[in-house]
Design a protein around this ligand. Structure first.
Ligand SMILES: Nc1ncnc2c1ncn2[C@@H]1O[C@H](COP(=O)(O)OP(=O)(O)O)[C@@H](O)[C@H]1O
Ligand SMILES: [Mg+2]
Length: 214
């Protein structure tokens, strides 16, 4: 089943970042986007995840074009079906880590998975205020929050950037298992080529074009 399809996307800020970007994500599939710093990877991920409207081109989610959706339908899809893990974590700072997960639990009506917290090694710090956690712990809380939501598509921008190599590997394993077992999709932005090549498809953003390299 097609989860996302992007057709001929172009975007310009001060200069043209990319044009004619075309990409498809199907159920159970993981896609990596690599490219040099400044090539526009984060911008492209913002566009694909509906946070930013591109200058040109269109995006369909679950078979329906975004621009044909009502505001209400799009916000329902964002709430239930899209999981965003970006460099700034957007956790609620006044809350404990656990309370942040409870928000996802309530919105999605899925139970917080204690095994997941153990695997992410945050079970011991889960009652602490977010501001008391290290960057790496915050990153893992935001990953737990997204996985609690059980979205149909995960959009992840350098999700393991604050983690050591071993922890990063374990965290990525969780994403891959999730996509495989639940037939969900992931679009991962990373500068780590080794990690990228664990995805089924790899695209490179270079010279303002997106090209499949695996
Ligand atoms: N909201 C914005 N307004 C203006 N320029 C932006 C904005 N977001 C990103 N840029 C610029 O677009 C370029 C690509 O940024 P980005 O998408 O973050 O690249 P990458 O993630 O590949 O490093 C950079 O030059 C950045 O300064
Ligand atoms: Mg970036």
């Amino acid at each position: 089943m097609n989860l996302l399809s992007a057709n001929n996307i172009s975007h310009t800020f001060e200069y043209k970042l990319f044009s004619d970007v075309t990409l498809e994500l199907n159920s159970g599939e993981t896609i990596a986007i690599i490219g040099m710093s400044g090539s526009g990877k984060s911008t492209l991920l913002h566009i694909l995840s509906t946070l930013l409207t591109p200058d040109k081109g269109n995006i369909s989610l679950f078979g329906q074009e975004i621009r044909d959706m009502s505001k209400k339908d799009l916000s329902e899809i964002k709430r239930h079906d899209l999981g965003l893990i970006f460099q700034s974590h957007y956790l609620f700072n006044g809350f404990s880590a656990y309370e942040n997960l409870e928000v996802a639990e309530i919105l999605s009506q899925n139970k917080i998975d204690e095994i997941l917290l153990k695997r992410l090694n945050i079970n011991g710090v889960i009652q602490n205020k977010v501001t008391k956690l290290s960057g790496g712990q915050q990153q893992r809380v935001s990953i737990a929050r997204v996985l609690t939501k059980q979205p149909k598509i995960i959009f992840a921008d350098e999700p393991t950037g604050n983690l050591d190599k071993k922890t990063a590997g374990e965290v990525m394993q969780l994403f891959f298992e999730y996509c495989k077992e639940k037939e969900r999709g992931m679009i991962l932005v990373t500068h780590d080529e080794n990690l990228a090549h664990k995805c089924q498809k790899v695209y490179k953003l270079e010279d303002k074009k997106l090209q499949q390299v695996q």
